[in-house]
Write a protein that binds this ligand. Structure first.
Ligand code: PHE
Length: 454
């Protein structure tokens, strides 16, 4: 059977954008910003995306297009030797991330439904917005488990049908929709009383804060940078492997990074003005930041529930196109290496992922337990190993492949390789170390408290 390829040249960019844009931009980004002190995090995050994420993304593209293989086979062929085992880590990371990603995806579905029932708008008997209470109700419990199951069932359904029909179409609708709906909401947020305060918090960094908190800022920004760009677990290898033309990968990379970062920034411009206006301190808002802020704003807006429906539906499509890429790493591996049928591979992986995510529906502390582990440890570990295997083991081929569709890069090619070889790798190793120490503190602190309370 011939390997599938993208239906159109633009299909690859759209799919990569579809993978990149997701809950990482819309749910995770505002919650990381608020936990890490606002604008200070923004600075670190932007630096990571541009100086580390972008060159790392090119490295993944090169391996995928060169080998035309799944992430596991691709890195085995490209780097060989002991790097052949790296693929096992990618598949594991895919399982872990999708397992809780799907739970959050289920929350989003709950809000799509809530737009019809009106559950999240209005005020309580005491006059407080119901948004906070609604989030509390939907974020854990049996119904949360049910919606997690529904989300996974949809992912399995789409991926079982195949790459082309499933992903390209979703993205072509989603990206323009996000810019439109989010644009409108950002303008609305701009008119709110808390907007000025929010912009200062979000956009004007305090150097003193950065210096005092770099130990948590660095791993948080690294984790967010990898998470949001879908790097460190071979998604971009897998997607570039479906490319059959020699296009300009650097240009594609720039477009993907720019669109993805744009969506995150706009999301912050919506969420923070709303939180400040409602008098909610972002630092205390946690993983509910997005949901509570949007839901409480919708009550004020004309056609609020209609806007809410469109908003959450768009977020759902964004989440779905990212979830697809997560499971696709696992599925394309099973298909290429073991000749397992697509439908079977998708269903078995999907059910296993559902089970792994089930505990996350019992208490919000599990969101952190999975999320910090996945973003700040697994993706950064996967990323650093990938970068070493690509640029130290087989640099000549990497540069040669990148040049296809661009032309002779001259010194730029060497710059790219050396930039990844040393600064990127060193920064990632530092982030990884800080990520691990931070995670140990989390396990001994909040997670131990949770266990003690059982
Ligand atoms: N980038 C996706 C998002 O921001 C999540 C993701 C991470 C997808 C890693 C694939 C791999 O939502």
């Amino acid at each position: 059977m011939a390997r599938e390829t993208w239906g159109t040249r633009i299909g690859f960019i759209l799919a990569a954008v579809g993978s990149a844009i997701g809950l990482g931009n819309i749910w995770r980004f505002p919650f990381q910003v608020s936990q890490e002190g606002g604008a200070a995090f923004m600075v670190m995050y932007l630096a990571f995306v541009l100086l580390i994420g972008f060159p790392a993304m090119l490295a993944e593209f090169v391996v995928g297009r060169k080998t035309e293989l799944n992430a596991v086979g691709g890195i085995r062929e490209f780097a060989g030797g002991m790097w052949s085992y790296l693929g096992g880590l990618f598949v594991f990371i895919g399982f872990v991330i999708l397992s809780y990603y799907s739970v959050i995806g289920g929350w989003v579905l709950r809000y799509v439904v809530g737009s019809f029932t009106g559950g999240y708008v209005g005020t309580t008997a005491e006059g407080a917005p119901v948004a906070q209470q609604y989030f509390g109700q939907i974020s854990t419990g049996m119904d949360t488990l049910l919606f997690h199951a529904i989300f996974m069932a949809i992912v399995i359904g789409v991926v079982a049908v195949g790459v082309k029909q499933g992903i390209e179409l979703a993205v072509k609708v989603m990206v323009p929709a996000i810019f439109l709906i989010f644009g409108i909401l950002a303008v609305y947020a701009f008119t709110l009383g808390g907007a000025g305060q929010a912009y200062a918090y979000y956009l004007s960094p305090d150097l003193g804060y950065i210096l005092a908190n770099w130990k948590s800022l660095v791993p948080a920004a690294a984790g967010q940078g990898f998470f949001t760009l879908s790097l460190g677990m071979g998604v971009m290898i897998t997607y570039a492997s479906y490319l059959d033309s020699d296009e300009n990968l650097a240009l594609d990379g720039v477009s993907i990074v720019a669109l993805n970062t744009g969506i995150s920034i706009i999301t912050g411009l919506i969420v923070f003005p709303i939180l400040f206006t409602a008098g909610i301190d972002p630092a205390t808002s946690g993983p509910g930041a997005l949901f509570v802020s949007i839901a409480s704003a919708l009550g004020d807006l004309p056609f609020g529930r209609g806007v809410g429906f469109l908003f959450f539906l768009t977020v759902f499509i964004a989440a779905l196109s990212s979830a697809i890429s997560l499971i696709e790493v696992v599925v394309s591996y099973a298909i290429d290496e073991f000749q397992i049928d697509r439908i079977k591979a998708t269903s078995v992986a999907g059910i296993a992922i559902f089970l792994l995510g089930a505990p996350v529906t019992t208490d919000l502390v599990f969101v952190d337990l999975y999320d910090i582990f996945a973003a700040q440890i697994l993706l950064v570990l996967g990323g650093v190993l990938l970068m070493i295997s690509i640029t130290w083991v087989n640099a000549d081929q990497a540069v040669e492949e990148l040049q296809k569709g661009i032309g002779d890069l001259g010194a730029l090619g060497t710059l790219w390789i050396w930039m990844v070889r040393i600064p990127v790798v060193v920064v990632l190793l530092i982030s990884l170390y800080l990520g691990i120490t931070g995670y140990i503190e989390f396990l001994q602190g909040p997670f131990a408290e949770y266990l003690a309370s059982l």
